[in-house]
Each structure stands twice: as structure tokens, then as C-alpha cells.
Ligand binder design. Sequence first.
Ligand code: TYD
Length: 133
Amino acid sequence: MNINIVPLQTHGDERGSLVSLEETNNIPFAIKRVYYMYDTKKDTRRGFHAHKKLKQLVVALKGSCRFVLDNGIERVEVVLDNPAQGLLLDSLIWREMYDFSEDCVLMVLADSHYDESDYIRNYEEFAKLVGEI
Ligand code: TYD
């Protein structure tokens, strides 16, 4: 399974680090929505869905968390712990997130507005759909 971790260019000097995200430049889609998760309680697992169309880029701005990614055939684990790296999540990838550090701030850039009808929240339904493609 192809895991797409995008290195984000860091403009660093003695003052610190700065990362700039520009749609269609270092982000391979038009950014329609940004959301972030923080204060995630210990032992929380979230996600448990795939998207029919949505593409996203996830950046751990602070702290760390783990992702399980599943394309219906293979499951892989990815640790996100670097604000200078983005994890590209294509459509039709089942994702679960867990092991959030107490300080974790997880930012997500998305190519569409929030649309509940784009979610597949049932794993059996997801596996059936990708099996048919
Ligand atoms: P939810 O889909 O449950 O998050 P996760 O899949 O990570 O467990 O989203 C939590 C709530 O936030 C839910 O009521 C929907 C809402 N929400 C929005 O209103 N806009 C958004 O962009 C997102 C991602 C969620």
C-alpha cells in the first residue's frame, strides 16, 4: 500500500521554523476546508471511516498520534509526529486514529466542505465497495 508522506519545506533560521502550505503547489488539491483536533482524551480512538471522494492532508502540528490505514486489502500503521510532514489521505482509505499524545494538535486540510454523505462509516460496506472496483 502506497503511504504518501509529503515533506513540507521548512523555512528555518535562528528564530525558529515556518512552514507554508499553498494549494496546488505543495498541497496537491484546492483547499476548501481546514479543521483540527486537540485536547484528545487519553485512549481515544477516532476516525473509523473512509471517504467516497474526499482527499485530505493531515499534519501533526504538535505532539503525535498513530494512524491505521486500510485500503481493503492491506492495513498499515503510520506515526505522525513531525510538523514538517503531511500525510496525504486519498479517497477510499479506511482510517483509524489512536495513541494521541496529550499535546497533540492534528490539522487536516480537505478538498471539500463537510459532507456527511461522503462518509462510509461501516467497515463491511467499505470493504464491499473497494472489492467491487
Ligand atoms: P467525526 O466525524 O465524528 O470525527 P471522527 O471521524 O474523527 O471521529 O466528527 C465529529 C463532529 O464534528 C461531528 O458532529 C461532525 C462534526 N464535523 C464538522 O461539523 N465539520 C467537519 O469538518 C468535521 C470533520 C466534523
